[in-house]
Write a protein that binds this ligand. Structure first.
Ligand code: PMP
Length: 773
């Protein structure tokens, strides 16, 4: 039985060289992961590399390597293969291991070089392009192989090995990144040209000489052990993946390599958009395969150290809009850029908007932001500056999520029509949605917004109960329609409002920081719930019938409030005893945002009669839904048709389904729980150091930080909150304020918001709060 790795000592290697090649030399061992490589120095001073192959290596593959080396020999970039005394180019050691002797190339590994000027990277790309050019005419049966480093198998490798990554944050990042690349590029990749590629142009397989110390250049490309027949574009992608590690400007470094590569071996218009995804996929594959090796060699500390630069780079790359990467790469190749969307300067945009739009359409920030792109948890302004979006919960799975975009495009191309025709998209989405909700919530209605969904919820409640009156929470917002303004104290008690109509009854918001019952009181939830009992008793005494109680499960506009335990249980009991229905407005909190449940009501151990969904369920596409019981749906079926032209359209259902599948497949609820816990810890720590933080509340990625001037009187620090929001924006983070006094910082980011984003947010907030002093 052959040992996997050969174990020759230097004397043994020198002896082999003598016996097989008639070469008298001294040997020294070179580092190698799988094989044994010796540097041999002959008496004449001539140098060679003796390669003793790993036992797993097949003769066919070594033969392919030799053939490729001969094929590319005219480039003068790669080693030549030397024959044994009897003319063989693959020999066998007495141990059975295959042995080859290669010529030595001058230079030292690129890995040993700290400074890498763009000229060196461009030269690297050029040499690699020359190699691709030469390999384009090469083939060998052995390189058509099932090989886990082959990027054309990358998605399968990630799927198979990512579960072995121990660190949940890294595992999630790898799965999401590879998933996004697959959704964006998967189909186009399958069509790309293929050729023999070296497949491993990493820092240790590229040799560099610096005859002129100011202008180092690539002198050799070695180790063809990963050669495979794969995408041509994978070759530069792999080189870029390794060369950009720990570079402050990865796109710039990648562009330099590409400039050189493209000059020597032009990529096609179709290949360039795929490069950036392949760079990311290569790093994901590397993390996955390292995790698998780590399982086999748990004591090998080097494995995890060598992965550190990749761990650092993955979030950086994940923050780059793929279109921006494509543009950088296209311009590096001197190719035409897609024409920019027509745009006017920010000031003109503002003026034109004012001319044509209602004056009460507000803008965030005194100096408004003109955004041009969104990617996951980031927004880019019109000059390309990136902002961390820490409060927009509408693009729930991430701005421009490629899987959702693709679903919309595909369905838009095929068909977009209404619910009067049969189509499979609607029942699929409805079924998957109902599966996330407890019994007896089993019937869906689809509309186009949160407002429409709440309107419909009110109609359902009235149809079922025959009553009109409604209990609402103080500070609540449920939508912009005439009726919803009437049930939204945030509006009817705010500027321009005209108070509650007679059929609307306002209960206190269950705020255990500022409200009548405080956090130390274990009965606070029940007591807040009993305030609804009081309202209901009053209605009863006036013989008013109750249609229901509508409540944002965790009031958001009201100040990012998390009701104390037992609140909804008590509230729902009183409402139901009075014959009313319980409507949960989950527009802000659905789809795992709280980390604790898929819906916020789960944390209150209740099941509503009607659930209202909006914002996140279409990931930005206008989509709302109402889910209720069969009984209530039957009451609503009173002869009047329910129809919404766009509600439940084929495209909206395709988008809804893709969004839900994405949230579930990417395990965004667990992600929110984990990242939220770290964020809370960071914010709690800030609260211990900054008097102005009166309260930090929230779970998962639904968090509020309430600023006060005095921790006893709770005087709201509203001006300070506005200042903090501005300062954060100046430092590239977008946050908003909420609450009746606008003194609560709301943190409700797109769900891909990660640990590094949370750390940055906490550190930046720390600065901004210090500046207040
Ligand atoms: N309900 C709640 C809790 C909301 O926050 C909102 C919007 N902010 C709505 C309903 C209304 O949704 P839309 O703007 O989609 O009509």
């Amino acid at each position: 039985m052959l040992q996997q790795a050969p174990r020759f000592d230097v004397a043994g290697a020198a002896q082999l060289a003598r016996d097989l090649y008639g070469l008298d030399s001294t040997a020294s061992l070179l580092p190698s992961e799988r094989d044994q490589n010796f540097l041999l120095t002959a008496a004449s001073g001539e140098r060679f590399i003796l390669k003793i192959a790993n036992a797993g290596e097949t003769r066919e593959l070594l033969d392919a390597q030799n053939a490729a080396l001969s094929h590319v020999a005219p480039l003068g970039l790669c080693p030549r293969v030397c024959a044994t005394r009897d003319g063989r180019r693959i020999a066998r050691a007495p141990s059975g291991h295959f042995v080859r002797l290669l010529s030595w190339l001058p230079g030292s590994p690129l890995g040993g070089l700290d400074a890498r000027p763009d000229s060196l990277l461009e030269d690297l790309g050029h040499k690699l392009g020359e190699l691709s050019g030469a390999l384009a005419g090469f083939d060998h049966p052995a390189i058509h192989r099932d090989f886990h480093w082959d990027l054309s198998r990358g998605f399968d490798v990630v799927e198979a090995y990512a579960p072995l990554i121990d660190d949940p944050a890294l595992r999630g990042l790898v799965l999401r990144t590879a998933g996004h690349v697959r959704a964006r590029d998967g189909r186009r990749l399958a069509w790309q040209r293929r050729a023999a590629i070296h497949g491993d142009a990493n820092d240790f397989n590229l040799l560099v000489v610096a005859d002129d110390p100011g202008a180092p250049r690539v002198s050799g490309i070695i180790d063809f052990g990963d050669m495979v027949h794969s995408y041509t574009v994978a070759e530069p992608a792999i080189a870029i993946a390794y060369a950009v590690l720990d570079r402050p400007d990865p796109l710039g470094a990648g562009a330099a390599i590409l400039r050189g590569y493209h000059a020597a071996h032009p990529l096609t218009d179709d290949e360039i958009p795929l490069l950036f995804g392949l760079v990311q996929l290569r790093l994901c594959v590397s993390v996955c395969l390292a995790a698998s090796q780590q399982r086999q060699r748990p004591d090998d500390g080097y494995l995890s150290i060598s992965q550190e630069p990749i761990r650092r780079m993955l979030p950086t790359l994940a923050a780059i809009h793929p279109d921006a990467a494509e543009e950088a790469f296209r311009s590096a190749c001197g190719l035409r850029l897609p024409p920019p969307a027509p745009s006017v300067p920010k000031a003109a945009t503002l003026t034109r908007r004012r001319e044509r739009l209602g004056p009460n359409l507000r803008l965030a920030y005194t100096d408004p932001l003109k955004v041009a792109r969104g990617w996951m948890q980031y927004l880019y302004d019109d000059s390309g500056v990136r902002y961390l979006d820490a409060y927009n919960n509408v693009p729930h799975a991430g701005h421009a999520h490629p899987r959702i975009v693709q679903a919309a495009v595909d369905q838009m191309r095929a068909l977009n029509t209404n619910t009067r025709y049969l189509h499979d998209m609607i029942w699929r989405f409805a079924g998957r949605l109902c599966a996330t909700l407890p019994e007896p919530l089993a019937v869906c209605y689809f509309v186009n917004s949160g407002s429409e969904a709440n309107e419909l919820a009110l109609r359902l409640a009235r149809a079922h109960t025959g009553a009109r009156d409604l209990v609402v929470l103080d500070g609540a917002y449920h939508g912009h329609t005439t009726t919803l303004i009437e049930v939204s104290p945030y509006k009817f008690n705010g500027p321009g409002g005209s108070g509650a109509p007679g059929w609307v009854h306002v209960a206190p918001i269950p705020d255990d920081y500022r409200g009548a019952y405080r956090r130390g009181d274990p009965e606070a939830g029940r007591k807040f719930g009993d305030t609804i009992g009081g309202i209901v008793d009053g209605l009863r005494s006036r013989e008013c019938a109750l249609a229901g109680f509508i409540c944002e499960t965790w009031p958001s506009v009201g100040g990012q409030i998390v009701p104390p335990p037992g609140y909804l249980e008590a509230a729902y009991r009183h409402v139901r005893a009075a014959g009313g229905l319980c409507i949960a407005d989950e527009v802000q909190t659905a789809y795992g945002r709280t980390g604790a449940g898929f819906y916020a009501f789960e944390s209150q151990q209740v099941v509503p009669d009607i659930v209202v969904l909006g914002k996140p369920i279409g990931n930005g596409y206008p989509l709302g839904a109402v889910v209720t019981t069969r009984e209530i749906a039957a009451s609503f079926d009173n002869g009047m048709e329910f129809f919404s032209t766009f509600g439940g359209s084929t495209v909206s259902c395709a988008v809804g389904l893709a969004t839900l599948e994405t949230v579930q497949d990417e395990e965004l609820q667990a992600h929110a729980a984990r990242v939220g816990a770290g964020l809370r810890a960071g914010l709690d720590d800030l609260a211990a150091r900054h008097e102005v933080i009166g309260d930090v509340r929230g779970v998962g990625l639904f968090v509020g930080v309430e600023l006060v001037r005095d921790r006893l009187t709770l005087e709201p620090a509203s001006t300070e909150a506005a200042l903090v929001v501005d300062r954060l924006r100046d430092r590239g983070i977008l946050l908003g304020t909420e609450g009746p006094f606008d003194n609560v910082l709301k943190i409700r980011p797109p769900m891909p918001f990660g640990e590094h984003d949370a750390d940055r947010l906490v550190a930046t907030l720390d600065h901004a709060l210090r500046d207040l002093r």
